[in-house]
Design a protein around this ligand. Structure first.
Ligand code: IMP
Length: 244
């Protein structure tokens, strides 16, 4: 690793990695980061544009691998909420990323995600956060979903989580958009206390446990957000020294 006059020189360390197994190797990557002199320009700051604590925890776990200062919406007390009235997850992720980047003036990552249930024609979909009303709790949304599926047989309770991520720079230009999905089915009753939102009801394909029961590291590896973040991390790793 040669010096580049005090400027960014992370790329070599990250590029050498098998990005297919990126998430599984986060610990190793963190060690390399410690052992490698990494310099990032002071502008290396990323706003994670969500107020959802569950999402923030998952973003932090994965993005803290990079030598970027991570901020979230609570670091911008005066920031105005951006309306999410798009028809798709991608539209909403772009609305949020552009809307918050315009106000904060820094590199901004936004997520829009939700649950699509086949027996409900894809609902709650982009309305997942408001499925039981504007200020409802997770437990109320979960009850609403179980009630809607009360007559639906086990083999027809298929569903998927979808996550769209959009990265926009401080001047509002869209840098990268990606999506991830996680197939599964809806349990007949809530199980587990991990995660957030619909996690206690969602059984990912290949497992018998819900996301509420599975270890967080398993969710990070197979979830919609984990998969979308994997390609976002690849983009960030490859462009780290150009991001503003
Ligand atoms: P939004 O992206 O802020 O519109 O919110 C999406 C909503 O979908 C969340 O409030 C959760 O109810 C649900 N959701 C999204 N991702 C997950 C997840 O990983 N686990 C559980 N629920 C989720």
């Amino acid at each position: 690793m040669g010096s580049s006059g005090g400027n960014s020189r992370l790329i070599v360390a990250v590029k050498g990695y098998d990005l297919q197994n990126f998430l599984a190797k986060l610990k190793i990557l963190k060690e390399i980061r410690k052992e490698t002199l990494i310099h990032m320009s002071p502008s290396g700051t990323l706003l994670i544009a969500t107020g959802n604590r569950g999402k923030l925890k998952e973003f932090d776990e994965i993005l803290s691998t990079f030598p970027i200062r991570l901020l979230n919406l609570t670091d911008f007390p005066g920031i105005a909420p951006v309306s999410e009235d798009g028809m798709t997850f991608i539209e909403n992720a772009l609305l949020k990323a552009r809307g918050y980047a315009a106000q904060a003036g820094i590199l901004t990552l936004a997520d829009d995600s939700g649950l699509e249930v086949d027996a409900l024609g894809g609902a709650p979909g982009v309305h997942s956060a408001r499925y039981a009303g504007e200020n409802a709790l997770d437990v109320e949304r979960n009850k609403q979903l179980l009630d809607a599926l009360s007559l639906v047989k086990d083999d027809e309770r298929t569903a998927r989580f979808v996550c769209a991520l959009a990265l926009v720079d401080g001047s509002g230009d869209v840098l990268f958009v990606t999506t991830g999905t996680c197939e599964g089915r809806i349990s007949t009753y809530p199980r587990g206390v991990r995660g957030f939102g619909y996690d206690p009801l969602f059984v990912p394909s290949g497992f018998v446990e819900t996301f509420g029961e599975l270890d967080e590291s398993v969710k990070d590896r197979i979830s919609h957000r984990g998969k979308a973040l994997k390609s976002m991390c690849q983009y960030i790793a490859e462009n780290l020294n150009h991001l503003r």
